[in-house]
Design a binder for this molecule. Structure first.
Ligand code: TXA
Ligand code: MG
Length: 325
């Protein structure tokens, strides 16, 4: 791949380069791309390890659920469990466009995309480059805005290049984005609410749905699921402990989640990454916890992982999951 003088991969969004970007997405790499709102940092939404790279690139010590971008209603049907009437109305009124809706997720969406939530945020973008990329890639693309937390949203590819460095295999440059603010987020499930003000005015949403609740996230009043201390706690009590330190008689009724090394005597054991790869571990974490929670055992013991890189995000997530009140 040709990289420009700075060693980055910012290239014009020509049809040929969009094809290369789509191939990168299919190969499990990250691609930064323009939408009509802001630039996004995208990965194949069906590939948990590729999605883990997004969190690694953001260097955030926490996981936040991502927005999944799809080409059309057929693509939507692949990522959600059902499309209730209010969602159909919004889709008809505002898609393709800067509206994100939160619906029950399909089984095909890995837990890392939704931070373990049973819902998924989805949108059908209008930007021609985003649409060509989705069409060529043939998979849904999970993408947060391509900016570090607390920074201005990237409205130009150069903003992304300055911050992302080499994390993206390709940065598709299509000039300045149209709206410059993120999409409006409307939650349909579990209950109707506007979660984020964005490029579509709240009044226009209410023109379609009638008056609905507003649960807007802000730093003084966090409602984003990732910010609540125990939001993701499984029903099974979870603790962070080295299996080898657990008395033998406490193991038989419990499940063990090892980072790289098994412990003996547990009812069942899952290994997040035999090679000790934090990216692989992050990609598997939420799905493993869901699976073990469903077994109805007395406890889930989870081995701590090294606290660097994606290990910070994993440990943040585990501490929330083990938070007892
Ligand atoms: O305009 C946009 O929406 C841009 C472009 C790239 O599409 N994307 C974007 O993504 O702004 P991001 O990650 O910066 O914002 C995602 C927001 C977060 O506030 C997150 O809490 C919320 O979506 N979100 C994602 N999944 C959710 C879910 N299942 N339930 C509630 N909120 C969710
Ligand atoms: Mg953002």
């Amino acid at each position: 791949m040709t990289k420009n003088h700075a060693g980055m991969a910012r290239i014009p969004a020509t049809p040929e380069n969009i094809e290369r970007a789509a191939a990168a997405i299919r190969a499990g790499d990250l691609v930064a791309f323009p939408t009509e709102t802001v630039y996004g940092l995208g990965a194949n939404a069906f590939d948990p390890q590729a999605v883990a790279k997004i969190f690694e690139a953001k260097r955030r010590p926490t996981f936040d659920p991502l927005i999944v971008h799809v080409l059309d209603l057929d693509g939507l049907a692949q990522v959600v469990a059902e499309i209730p009437p209010p969602a159909r109305k919004l889709a008809q009124a505002f898609w393709p466009g800067p509206l994100t809706i939160v619906l029950e997720r399909s089984e095909r969406i890995p837990g890392i995309v939704t931070s373990g939530l049973p819902t998924v945020a989805v949108r059908i973008p209008a930007h021609a480059v985003a649409r060509d990329l989705l069409a060529c890639a043939g998979v849904p693309i999970a993408a947060p805005s391509a900016n570090p937390f607390g920074f201005l949203s990237p409205t130009r590819a150069i903003h992304v290049e300055r911050w992302i460095g080499d994390a993206a295999a390709i940065i598709l440059d299509a000039g300045r984005t149209e709206h410059g603010v993120e999409s409006t987020i409307v939650q349909i499930v579990p209950e109707l609410a506007i979660l984020r003000y964005g490029a579509i005015e709240a009044e226009r949403i209410e023109d379609v749905l009638g008056p609905i609740a507003r649960r807007i996230e802000s730093s003084s009043h966090p409602v984003a699921p990732g910010q609540l201390p125990m939001h993701y706690a499984p029903r099974t009590p979870l603790r962070i402990v080295h299996g080898a330190d657990v008395p033998w008689e406490e193991r038989s009724g419990a499940a063990y989640v090892a980072f790289a090394n098994d412990a003996h005597g547990y009812a069942t054991t899952r290994v997040l990454s035999r090679s000790g790869d934090l990216r692989e571990a992050a990609g598997r974490l939420f799905d493993v916890l869901h699976e073990l929670d469903a077994l109805g055992l007395a406890r889930i013991d989870v081995e701590p992982v090294p606290e660097h890189g994606l290990g910070l995000a994993i440990m943040d997530r585990l501490r929330r999951a083990s938070y007892a009140g």
